[in-house]
Ligand binder design. Structure first.
Ligand SMILES: Nc1ncnc2c1ncn2[C@@H]1O[C@H](COP(=O)(O)OP(=O)(O)OP(=O)(O)O)[C@@H](O)[C@H]1O
Length: 904
């Protein structure tokens, strides 16, 4: 078997004969067995053998070969100058990449150049800006456990942000979902299987790392490199182990160096935020959309940030809406002030566009990887700070004042960069041109020597022409021979005695004089020393700035927060959002009260949107049963309520005319079965396990969205489960609940229970057109419209009419009046137009009148047998909107076959 990582078999077989370089490569492959080793040879990173074949395939580069006395080895190389895009491909293909750099100057090495792995690039530990997307976080996380308590640590190696928390398994799984790490480590004793595979489905690579690094003492030692007293920062042994092991791994990937810029280890309590589990995050489409939706996530609507810092902060607010009313209201105050004072807001937003990603920048400074341009970018950002401060001078809200105070102008750093670093420096920091003149006397002297020398050389041509009388005499310079005086062959007899021959060309001779040689030595010596000195000065300046990284990070945090608050204000103003009010949830004011609520995403993608009110909890009853035809707007309505709650609690204004809300502790969602078939479980099983979580986990302060519970099983069971669930929530939980259902029978529960009430969506009919009004109204809908939708979909008329008869008969049995809307449809039905479909598309379905007239004769004679009853029940259960054309055909075919069987 061949393997891409680890020592290549071909080399192992001839280990003792390998050339020194190949033997070095083999050794590194053995040391970094689980990584693809990229081995610097000059300007390329080379891979050999199977690894070379894989790199060539993934990076689409040429596979070549290297031949020596021991054999022929496949080889492929990626250019170092342009490595990022290739590395990205290798990471995407699921590899860890060990970068083996030449760690000594090839020209100074005697024999084999020394090479060492300076960095292991893995999805969770990327620091290279070119590999990271702007404004995102990129975490590597680890989980450790102490009996039933799990601890999670996460670090963003590109910014130095480090988080630690502990909770039960379920909450840690939720936190993992929020943190969305790119890479995940499990400490010994934690089984990856204990975490819902869904959590890992976010794309985290699971990495095995030295279990010893997670031992208590080792972890303590590692952490002691970051904080003076580890036990004061972490609360438990498991936290210590998670955090210590994780940092040890992060160090390992960064060439075994301590990551000085990881100085903020923040311990947080998951209870400080609104709980949103994986299902809720997905079904509310906060960050990502699902196939069936509008194509936009909530974050797309909100993200109008000015800088990468703000973008990252906004994401983190959205992942963790708050539950502390005071903190939420402080954000609202600030958003309100920015919303009101558009001039201040726009000025701040405008200034923030010049702000660089300070967090990543200062991390690069601390890692010793920042170049002179990075430091100039730091200065550009710092130049903006006084202007931001002056724009904010008159702000009143507590939060904005706090941020104003937190804006450290870092004058010392700004001044240092201004004095030290050249204004438009090159990328390389070893070749001079990076330090300002006037910053260092010695450097200025060296530069003066160099300048004077060059001036002297520049004048030499004229003075030598005069002295020798040779008009064509040239003074020039080349890399190999240095300065020379060139005289063409016909003039050689005029050459003075002090000229010494340097080089003979075809038509001329090149000379130097002792003085020219001396000047040359001076110039080159000064230039070389100046470059070295510049490098030294630059690295000194860089370390001085690194020493201020805490202050830079604090400034970054304040700028990030300002950006988010100003952005939320813009979103509020542009989209007509209102500031939500909160109440304490005491019995008389309990409830979610929204007037004219809108779905923040759907309203942006549709030409028109119908606002709807919500009264849930308090006098209204805690549980709303929502009925209405498919596509009438039930799901949109439910999600809009949840999104208003989420927006309000993250600090945003909300899409409504007014909103008075409780502080919700948790949002649960259980949405349509067919939407969530990923994960391998049977859909019904999955539905029930989500329901279990809700019934166990919800409190009176939770918001629960139930969309079609019980659909994955037989109608009778489904109805029963739906009813029992409603009763349980009413009796035992008292959560704010929106329950959309096609089980019309469920509406009867409202007559029996005070805590339950009905809402419905209707369709209006104008002539032949059926239009969905998308307006929610009190009371139960007159019909579930399943039969009408079957008709619209072209189900044979006989089946439709038979179904309708059955439904009517059942309604009569229950003492209801039947389904007027359905009969109207039949009476008028030549053409039924459904005007609104997802994504604003239109569909028209024709029902053939003639055909239906022909078939009606049969219908009267049809006996009520079991087969038809079954078919009708099945039709009633079909959710046309969620049925693929193939499924529809298969089911139709099946129905038809059963009809045929019955007739034959
Ligand atoms: N308030 C509204 N104003 C305008 N259009 C709306 C509104 N609510 C929903 N819609 C549109 O109607 C479409 C269907 O809405 P939705 O998915 O909420 O229906 P539904 O009743 O949940 O359907 P089903 O029962 O099939 O799941 C949406 O995609 C949207 O385009």
């Amino acid at each position: 078997m061949t393997s891409v990582t680890g020592p290549p078999d071909q080399m192992v077989a001839v280990r003792d004969e390998l050339t020194p370089m190949m033997s070095q490569y083999l050794g590194l492959c053995e040391d970094y067995e689980d990584s693809l080793v990229l081995f610097q040879v000059g300007d390329f990173y080379e891979a050999f053998c199977e690894a070379a074949e894989e790199v060539a395939r993934i990076c689409e580069i040429t596979l070549t070969k290297r031949e020596d006395s021991t054999g022929t080895y496949p080889m492929s190389g990626i250019p170092i100058d342009n490595a990022a895009s290739y590395l990205e491909r290798l990471l995407d293909a699921g590899y860890r990449v060990a970068i083996a750099d030449q760690v000594e100057d090839a020209s100074e090495a005697s024999g084999l150049v020394d090479r060492a792995v300076t960095q292991i690039i893995t999805p969770g530990t990327i620091v290279d800006d070119e590999l990271l997307s702007a404004g995102t976080t990129n975490y590597v996380a680890s989980v450790a456990r102490d009996e039933d308590v799990f601890s999670l640590a996460a670090v963003d190696v590109s910014t130095g942000e480090c988080l630690v928390t502990s909770a039960d398994r379920e909450r840690i799984a939720e936190e993992l979902e929020r943190v969305a790490p790119a890479e995940l480590l499990f400490a010994p004793g934690v089984d990856a299987a204990e975490f819902d595979p869904d959590t890992l489905a976010a794309g985290a690579m699971v990495t095995d790392f030295d279990p010893d690094a997670f031992a208590r003492d080792a972890a303590h030692d590692t952490l002691a490199g970051y904080v003076p007293s580890p036990d004061a920062v972490v609360a438990t042994d498991a936290e210590l182990r998670a955090c210590g092991g994780l940092l040890a791994y992060a160090e390992y990937t960064q060439g075994d160096e301590r990551l000085e810029y990881v100085s903020r280890i923040t311990r947080y309590d998951p209870r400080e935020s609104l709980r949103l589990d994986a299902t809720a995050l997905r079904s509310l489409e906060l960050f990502e959309t699902r196939g069936t939706s509008t194509g936009h996530a909530l974050v797309d609507v909100l993200d109008d940030t000015s800088c990468a810092l703000g973008r990252r902060e906004l994401t983190s607010w959205l992942r963790r809406p708050l539950v502390d009313r005071e903190r939420i209201e402080a954000r609202h105050d600030a958003v309100g002030e920015f919303a009101e004072h558009s001039l201040v807001r726009e000025e701040v937003r405008d200034l923030l566009t010049d702000v660089y990603d300070l967090e990543r920048l200062i991390a690069r400074v601390s890692r010793g990887r920042a170049n002179a341009r990075d430091l100039r970018s730091l200065k550009t950002t710092l130049d903006v700070v006084p202007e931001v401060k002056s724009a904010l001078e008159d702000v009143e809200s507590g939060k904005l004042r706090d941020l104003y105070d937190a804006l450290d102008e870092l004058e010392d750093v700004r001044d240092l960069v201004g004095r030290a670093v050249a204004e438009d420096p090159p990328i390389e920091i070893t070749e001079g041109g990076v330090i300002q003149s006037g910053f260092d006397d010695e450097l200025d002297e060296l530069r003066a020597t160099e300048r004077e020398g060059r001036e002297w050389v520049a004048d030499l041509e004229a003075s030598e022409q005069e002295r020798t009388g040779i008009d064509s005499l040239d003074v020039g310079y080349n890399q190999v021979h240095g300065y020379y005086i060139e005289v063409t062959n016909p003039n050689l007899d005029q050459v003075p005695d002090d000229y010494q021959r340097r080089q003979t060309l075809k038509n001329s001779e090149r000379f130097y004089t002792p003085e020219l040689k001396q000047r040359e030595d001076e110039i080159l010596g000064a230039a070389e020393r100046a470059d070295k000195l510049e490098y030294e000065l630059f690295t000194e300046v860089r370390s001085d700035i690194a020493a201020e990284s805490d202050r830079v990070q604090a400034l970054a945090a304040a700028l990030a927060e300002l950006d988010v608050l100003a952005t939320l204000a813009v979103v509020a103003v542009d989209n007509d959002y209102v500031r939500p009010e909160f109440h304490d949830g005491e019995s008389d004011e309990r409830g979610i009260h929204i007037t004219g609520g809108r779905h923040p995403v759907v309203e942006r993608v549709q030409p028109t949107f119908v606002p709807n009110d919500t009264r849930l909890g308090g006098d209204a009853g805690d549980i709303a049963i929502i009925t209405g035809p498919n596509m009438s707007g039930k799901s949109t309505y439910m999600r809009q309520v949840a999104l208003v709650v989420v927006l309000a609690q993250l600090g945003s204004f909300v899409p409504a005319e007014s909103a008075t809300l409780p502080v919700v502790d948790r949002v649960f969602t259980r949405v349509g079965a067919s939407d969530d078939i990923a994960g391998g479980q049977s859909t019904f099983m999955r539905e029930m396990s989500e329901l279990t979580d809700i019934l166990h986990g919800a409190t009176a302060d939770s918001l629960v969205l139930l969309d079609e519970v019980g659909r994955g099983t037989s109608t009778a069971d489904g109805r029963a489960i739906a009813r029992a669930t409603t009763e349980f929530i009413d009796d035992e939980v008292g959560a704010y609940t929106l329950f959309a259902t096609h089980y019309h029978e469920l509406t009867a529960v409202a007559d029996e229970r005070e805590g339950v009430f009905n809402l419905h969506f209707t369709a209006s009919q104008d002539g032949d057109d059926v239009t969905f009004l998308h307006r929610v109204e009190r009371g139960a809908s007159s019909s579930s419209y399943g039969v009408e939708v079957a008709k619209m979909a072209g189900v044979p008329d006989r089946v439709v009419r038979r179904s309708q008869d059955l439904v009517d008969a059942e309604a009569a049995e229950r003492g209801e009046s039947g389904k007027p809307a359905a009969s109207q449809l039949r009476a008028n039905g030549h053409e039924v137009t459904q005007t609104t479909l997802p994504n604003g598309s239109e569909a028209a379905v024709e029902a053939d009148e003639t055909q239906s007239a022909e078939r009606s004769a049969d219908a009267e004679t049809t006996p009520r047998d079991d087969v038809l009853a079954e078919i009708a029940a099945e039709l009633d259960g079909i959710d046309v909107a969620r049925t693929t054309p193939l499924e529809a055909l298969t089911r139709l075919n099946d129905l038809k076959r059963r009809l045929d069987d019955r007739d034959s």
